[in-house]
Design a protein. Structure first.
Length: 200
């Protein structure tokens, strides 16, 4: 029997971590991009005219013509095995010995960050981040209960001296860094700086 329009169904209470989470800064940025009178440089959205819609459609048609049952069926949670194998081969060729079982394919950076936070962060753990840092990463770490500590950066990325001081003082769970085309600055760490950060 359908509910009468006059019946009010109570909303279940949100979990404590959701109540204090606030809004989404990335959602706020993207909401502005929906306004046609605004050209928003904050969201990092690619130019629509650069989308290769026909090329993508052709790729879908080819896959569906060659192996539709496989493409449309559920796959392993870790991701398509052939893709994982190809990614492992690429990493191995670049000097990091990798097996397909070492690779987890996600639907984007946000899912990857959420999985890392769920797996590694206990409430109160310290996470070091670049300053400035990708807003959505900050949100995920805060939602997991992390204590977020920014590390000073310069034109080459993370300042090694500042990082070393914070590692000794804070004993962080991990450091979150984007060494290539960092978000939001776009900078790329030099090879020497990467080695120094890895050493620390």
């Amino acid at each position: 029997m359908p509910l009468s329009p006059a019946v009010t169904v109570p909303t279940p209470p949100l979990a404590g971590r959701a109540v204090g989470g606030g809004g989404s800064p990335v959602g706020d940025i993207l909401a502005v991009t929906a306004r046609p009178e605004v050209i928003n440089f904050a969201g990092g959205l690619p130019a629509r005219e650069l989308f290769d819609a026909e090329g993508i459609a052709e790729a879908f048609r080819a896959v569906l013509a060659e192996q539709a049952p496989r493409a449309l069926q559920y796959a392993t949670t870790e991701g398509e095995p052939a893709l994982r194998g190809a990614l492992a081969g690429r990493m191995t060729a670049r000097g990091l010995a990798t097996e397909a079982d070492d690779v987890l394919v996600t639907t984007g950076s946000q899912q990857g960050l959420s999985l890392v936070a769920q797996a590694l962060i206990e409430p109160g753990d310290t996470v070091l981040v670049e300053s400035p840092c990708y807003l959505a990463a900050l949100q995920v770490f805060a939602f997991a209960g992390a204590r977020i500590v920014p590390v000073a950066c310069d034109d080459e990325g993370i300042d090694p001296a500042a990082l070393e001081e914070l590692v000794v003082r804070e004993r962080p769970k991990f450091l979150y860094t984007v060494p290539t085309f960092q978000n939001p600055t776009g900078r790329t760490m030099t090879a020497d700086r990467r080695r120094e950060v890895a050493r620390i």
